[in-house]
Design a protein around this ligand. Structure first.
Ligand code: ADP
Ligand code: MG
Length: 688
């Protein structure tokens, strides 16, 4: 038996069960061994009933006092109730649909029960415990992610059978011995045995460390190798750096950071190999001007550029900004979104196909098959974390090895960036354009809401504008006597109406939310940008990109609903002009984490610091949401808990590749094979 052997040939599996394993994405013996326990049951110290803790899983040793009674609840649901005793105390037990187990539980059978005790001192209860008749002394039992028809114990048996059949094959170790020793890691076979069938908790920790390290290492090796591979391709070459001409077009001087970032991109463009670069910078650091500058040089040499944005509003805004920045250069910017009228769309498509439009800006619509470019040389994606790797690639395929520039608006902690953007070079904009005044941020309870709106009014009377952000659009009716909803989720629609009638009476209040028709959104945005609206009540559609320098105040309702990074993004919509700006966070949530988050917001406006804090408080989910980022799934590594492991693996990967860039030396071949396998699903071109 080998790791590549199909699961169905393991003892006790067969065709039918193999189908169940497939539901867990387990197809081979190797997949099975990588199906790591999500937790462990400690059967090693069975307790007396009186000693069992409430509400926490444990193992109890007892014997059956009364045989299980069958009780039909409804179709497909049968309960089995019985009583056990340890000689001193008794306990009720309930099993569900467990005919097979129940039938064996005759009076006086000694058993071990694993489960959670509930009830009270007079009569304890255990519902749906696991039951074993043999003592499992000295053992922690794995708990596997399971699926209907395949429970954890069944999986455990199969893992055990597979390990036995594998024998020494299990000990093949892809890590070169020198690395294993210097990193102080367990051999692979030992780690696999220990993670599935540990003797104690220390073994689990060490096994997990070893396997997580390997997982990280493979990922890093794969990403670095892809980076190297795309460097091997030949790409559109830019012969001259036209940045000085670009700067002359601009109404402002580039910051040092912008200049540096453009120069780094230009070096890539002149190298003859495709660029894969991430430009990271805080909100308002001027990423668009960097992208435009890079595009400018290529366009001057006859190439086209395409910029893809995650939302229609953002695409429209980018198109407008770029057209303005590049005004007088003769460069035509074309906007392509899903909501374009047929005639407009035809015109843009024709312009892209014949090259008369040099700069395409759009949403996912750019990816559609009808879009063809005449000479696509540069692909730019904005707010990258919203696009899967595959989408970047799909756009890139519309040219022959075009350069790739990714703009990320969410600053990301360095270690996390290593994982997510391991295939990209990074330029950082660590400087804001001059003259920006830091945004002052306050966190208040809803009892001070009236004062907050008084403050908003004052700014509006001085000719400024503001945003009010609500988490969701709901069709919730306003409160009984027309009062603002207090602790409830603010609903943008109702809320806008109440502001119009209440605290902001007489002000021009507009509404923007995700369920509006695109044309309506456009109108509202245009009205706000042109100053025809004083206040924009909005959901998070304004999160990214929207740029109205006269907007100086933002109120965020139900601030506890937002992640830190997201709030930071939102806040970045103000403080874009010369006026001092304010952000007011309203929340009645006193949870510890919420408090810590709001406090972080009031303390700093540095996006990188906020990103670190967010990661610490909430984990990486906030950076990705549920969106796919297109990288292989990490099974053991957690991006929050394993920062030092990630760094160590990264260092090891760099050292290995320095000595053997193509992983061709004999001691690295097993690693190379695993890296290939890991990236097989993703697809090679998917990461370029
Ligand atoms: P972000 O990095 O958040 O995408 P933008 O590209 O939207 O930032 O730029 C924010 C604002 O700053 C825009 O109004 C832009 O015109 C302006 N800006 C960009 N670079 C400079 C600069 N060097 N000097 C002054 N203003 C700038
Ligand atoms: Mg931007």
């Amino acid at each position: 038996m080998e790791l590549s052997t199909p699961i169905q040939y393991v003892k006790g599996v067969g065709e039918k069960r193999a189908a169940l394993f497939a539901k867990l994405d387990i197809r081979t013996v190797g997949d099975l061994l990588a199906h790591y326990p999500r937790d462990y049951e400690d059967w090693s110290h069975p307790l007396a009933i009186a000693d069992a803790p409430y509400g926490k899983p444990c193992c109890i040793r007892a014997y059956v006092v009364s045989a299980p009674r069958e009780q039909y609840i409804r179709k497909g649901m049968v309960l089995y109730k019985f009583t056990v005793s340890d000689g001193r105390d008794g306990m009720h037990v309930t099993l569900f649909n467990a005919k097979y187990t129940a039938e064996k539980l005759t009076v006086n059978t000694p058993i071990y029960l694993f489960g959670t005790v509930s009830g009270n001192f007079h009569m304890r209860e255990m519902s749906a415990p696991l039951i074993e008749r043999d003592p499992l002394a000295d053992r922690l039992r794995p708990i596997y992610p399971q699926t209907a028809g395949l429970n954890s114990h069944a999986i455990e048996k199969v893992v055990s059978a597979a390990m036995q059949a594998l024998g020494n094959t299990l000990d093949a170790d892809p890590l070169p011995p020198a690395l294993r020793e210097s990193a102080g890691l367990m051999p692979r076979g030992e780690a696999l045995r220990a993670i599935h069938f540990p003797k104690n908790h220390e073994q689990i920790t060490r096994a997990r460390e070893r396997l997580a390290f390997e997982e990280c290492l493979l990922l890093q090796l794969g990403l670095s190798r892809l980076k190297g591979r795309s460097r091997g391709e030949t790409a559109v070459k830019c012969f001259q750096n036209h940045t000085p001409d670009y700067e002359r077009l601009l109404p402002f001087t580039l910051t040092g950071a912008q200049r540096r970032a453009i120069a780094e991109c230009m070096a890539d463009l002149q190298s003859g190999h495709p660029m894969s670069r991430l430009v990271q910078g805080d909100v308002g650091s001027g990423k668009t001007a960097v992208a435009a500058g890079v595009a400018y040089s290529l366009i001057r040499e006859g190439w086209q550029a395409a910029l893809m944005a995650p939302t229609e509003i953002l695409a429209q805004q980018h198109a407008a900004t770029l057209a303005k920045l590049l005004e007088g250069s003769g460069i035509r910017v074309g906007l392509l979104t899903g909501s374009l009228r047929a005639a407009e769309k035809r015109e843009v498509l024709a312009g892209l196909a014949d090259g008369s439009i040099q700069f395409a800006v759009g949403t996912h619509a750019l990816l559609s098959e009808t879009v063809t470019f005449s000479r696509l040389g540069l692909v730019i994606t904005d707010e990258q974390h919203r696009f899967g790797v595959a989408q970047r690639a799909a756009l890139a395929e519309k040219g022959a090895h075009p350069h790739l520039l990714v703009m990320s608006a969410t600053p990301i902690p360095r270690t996390l960036a290593l994982i997510i953007y391991g295939d990209l070079d990074v330029s950082v904009l660590d400087e804001l354009p001059p003259g920006r005044q830091p945004i002052e941020t306050f966190a208040i309870g809803s009892d001070k809401r009236d004062r907050a709106y008084g403050y908003v009014r004052k700014h509006i009377e001085q000719g400024r504008q503001g945003y009010v952000v609500c988490p969701l659009v709901e069709d919730e009716e306003p409160d009984e006597d027309g009062r603002l909803p207090e602790c409830t989720l603010a609903s943008a629609t109702a809320y806008a109406e109440q502001l119009r009638q209440g605290p902001l009476a007489g002000c021009r209040v507009g509404l923007l939310h995700g369920r509006m028709k695109s044309a309506d959104k456009e109108t509202v945005m245009a009205d706000f940008a042109a100053g025809r609206l004083d206040v924009l009540v909005a959901t998070t559609v304004i999160e990214v990109g929207v740029d109205v320098p006269n907007a100086v105040i933002m109120v965020i309702e139900n601030a506890e609903r937002f992640g830190l990074a997201q709030m930071h993004q939102l806040r970045g919509r103000v403080g874009r002009g010369v006026h001092k700006s304010t952000c007011i966070l309203i929340s009645d949530n006193h949870g510890e984490i919420t408090r810590a988050r709001l406090k972080a917001m009031t303390r700093t406006t540095d996006g990188f610091k906020i990103a670190d804090e967010d990661l610490r408080l909430r984990g990486p989910g906030d950076f990705f949401g549920n969106r796919q980022h297109g990288l292989p799934r990490l099974k053991l590594v957690t991006l929050t808990g394993d920062m030092s492991l990630i760094s160590r693996a990264q260092e090891a990967a760099v050292a290995i590749l320095r000595a053997d860039p193509l992983l061709q030396q004999p001691q690295n071949r097993p690693l190379a094979k695993l890296v290939d396998a890991l990236f097989e699903e993703v697809g090679e071109q998917g990461l370029n």
